[in-house]
Design a protein around this ligand. Structure first.
Ligand SMILES: Nc1ncnc2c1ncn2[C@@H]1O[C@H](COP(=O)(O)OP(=O)(O)OP(=O)(O)O)[C@@H](O)[C@H]1O
Length: 315
């Protein structure tokens, strides 16, 4: 029996082909687990099926095969236990920043007094640096501010699982960096389980405990789960100085550039589920090359150098 908080088992998604063409198998044989409190990022080329996996986890779409289980119950529709932040903010345009957050908080805890709802919402808006603009409606906020409201709303409702679908994709690099820091600050306090899509390798290294690497579609798979063992708390300025940073970064970039198109390696557990291969690029880079006797040609025998004789000869 698995004790993972989220367990995805042999998930597949197919869309019917149009006008008699074959069905599109977006992904198949996708199995993975998320531990409680873990921050996992998923990266892969456009169209490989990341959002489709996330929509199924959110309960907004169904799988063609397989199952997604959270806390022992199969996911079969949306729930307040799972919060989603999309790239396009999805705020209610007729409500102010504060009212947008209050809306979520009130739905989550209908028994709370109005003052408690307000106080709780303000706390999260303050954490994302928006205390000064709480009375503005989304149209009066910048893109970065809108995304902060979405993040404040998502974290304020304290879902068991937070699903972030490229939440910073539309933001400029500076704003993105500031909100990444805010996200880390809130997550380090609340330690919710987070599953996040990003195209940004540096962002994934900054945020994640593990990064899932997805092969290209169709019939995409999550091939590897890369462990990010950089110490926390992390900051953008400091992690680049860590001796492991570029080993991790190079490994991820190499996957995206060279290996995502054809990698099919998967490891299987005793139930026959194919999990992504767990990878620690730092350990792999520093491990001595393994010598397989069977790989050696019959004539290859190790060359022994007699150092003392050589020293004598030259001496
Ligand atoms: N409702 C649908 N009907 C048919 N095909 C769909 C549907 N939704 C998604 N697809 C297809 O499924 C594939 C995966 O789409 P998805 O949005 O999950 O990819 P993604 O990895 O999130 O891409 P991106 O990084 O560009 O957001 C794409 O080929 C897409 O065209």
């Amino acid at each position: 029996m698995s004790h993972a908080f989220v367990e995805v088992q042999q998930a597949a998604k197919r869309f019917p082909g149009s006008k008699g063409s074959a069905d599109l198998t977006v992904f198949e044989n996708v199995s993975f687990q998320l531990q409680k409190g873990e921050f996992v990022c998923i990266i892969g080329h456009s169209g490989c099926g990341k959002s489709t996996i996330m929509n199924a986890l959110a309960g907004l779409d169904s799988l063609s095969d397989g199952a997604m289980i959270m806390d022992g119950r199969e996911i079969d529709g949306p729930s307040l236990e799972r919060g989603v932040v999309f790239q396009n903010y999805s705020l209610l345009p007729w409500l102010t920043a504060l009212e947008n957050v209050r809306f979520g908080v009130r739905a989550r805890w209908p028994e709370w007094k109005e003052s408690q709802v307000t106080e709780h919402s303000l706390h999260y808006l303050e954490m994302v640096g928006l205390k000064e603009v709480i009375t503005r409606k989304p149209a009066q906020l910048s893109g970065g501010m809108r995304q902060r409201v979405s993040i404040a709303r998502a974290f304020a409702t304290k879902p068991e699982l937070l699903l972030l679908d490229e939440p910073f994709g539309a933001l400029d690099a500076l704003t993105r960096g500031v909100i990444q820091d805010e996200l880390l600050k809130i997550w380090s306090q609340d330690r919710q389980t987070v599953f996040m899509i990003t195209h940004d390798v540096d962002e994934a290294i900054l945020l994640a405990d593990r990064i899932f690497l997805m092969t290209n579609g169709p019939e995409a798979r999550i091939a590897e789960a890369v462990e990010i063992d950089l110490p926390r708390p992390r900051s953008r300025g400091e992690i680049v100085k860590h001796p492991h940073f570029y080993t991790l970064r190079n490994y991820l970039v190499d996957f995206l550039v060279n290996r995502a198109s054809d990698l099919r390696t998967l490891s299987q557990d005793s139930r026959g589920l194919h999990y992504p291969r767990p990878v620690n690029p730092v350990a792999e880079a520093s491990a001595p090359a393994t010598y397989h006797k069977a790989d050696a040609p019959a004539s290859a025998s190790p060359k022994l150098v007699n150092l003392s004789a050589k020293e004598k000869h030259h001496g």
